[in-house]
Design a protein around this ligand. Structure first.
Ligand code: C5P
Length: 215
């Protein structure tokens, strides 16, 4: 299969030195890319700003902002069988980005923001028989929000993870996720290394593609 994977945070700049972002390190997306390449798939990783080495055999395209990530994914998507969006895309960007560093005295205490486009929702009309996978990082019980997002974004699989635990979610090498599919009961996985979670997702993609090809 040809698999397009996004990873990491995005940065939304106020000026050349200041930005809005989040705690994503890209580990989960890089693990999915590693697992997919190990399984012999052709993998492109669209990476936000992260401090990770490119996995062997993976083609990497670096982006910074949500709008750049959208442009790159939109351009690449037609050539792929599956899109796995692990990226923690910033929901908002500053309404204005200054070309020069803003002086403290010229800054207001209130920052004007505008929403970033939802990449998955924007690309839904181009989905065709491609497989779309999303991730939902939630605190508390992740399932209700994750299943709402699964439906709203028209996904084939939503991977829900509880980022309030110290051993799951951002920055760590392990993750505790539940797989949600339309019309199926949730499949909770035990605490696993992110590479193992990546392998399970790749395995799921292979089986899903097999079923789609037969139908
Ligand atoms: O941020 P949220 O919880 O809605 O993210 C759920 C899924 O949607 C993730 O797979 C994420 O990569 C994707 N997403 C997106 N475009 C955004 C925000 C999130 O495609 N602007």
């Amino acid at each position: 299969m040809k698999i397009l994977i996004t990873a990491g945070p995005t940065r939304e700049f106020l000026d050349p030195v200041r930005f809005l972002s989040n705690r994503s390190t890209g580990k989960m997306g890089f693990a999915v890319a590693t697992a997919a390449a190990e399984a012999g798939h052709s993998v492109t990783l669209v990476a936000g700003p992260v401090q990770l080495d490119t996995p062997n055999g993976v083609c990497r395209l670096d982006v910074v902002s949500a709008l750049e990530m959208l442009d790159t994914v939109q351009r690449e998507l037609p050539a792929y069988d599956a899109l796995v969006m692990t990226a923690a895309v910033a929901d908002w960007r500053p309404k204005r980005t200054a070309a020069e560093k803003l002086k403290k005295r010229d800054m207001s205490a209130v920052l004007e923001l505008e929403p970033n486009p939802d990449i998955l929702k924007t690309l839904l009309p181009q989905k065709g028989d491609r497989i779309f996978v999303g991730f939902a990082a939630e605190t508390g019980d992740p399932l209700a929000e994750a299943s709402r997002k699964l439906a709203a974004k028209g996904l084939d699989l939503m991977v829900a993870n509880d980022v309030s635990r110290p051993d799951a979610g951002f920055e760590v090498d392990t993750n505790l996720v539940t797989l949600l599919m339309p019309d199926n009961s949730p499949v909770p996985l035990p605490l696993l290394n992110k590479l193992e979670v990546g392998r399970i997702i790749v395995d799921w993609l292979e089986r899903k593609k097999g079923r789609t090809d037969k139908a």
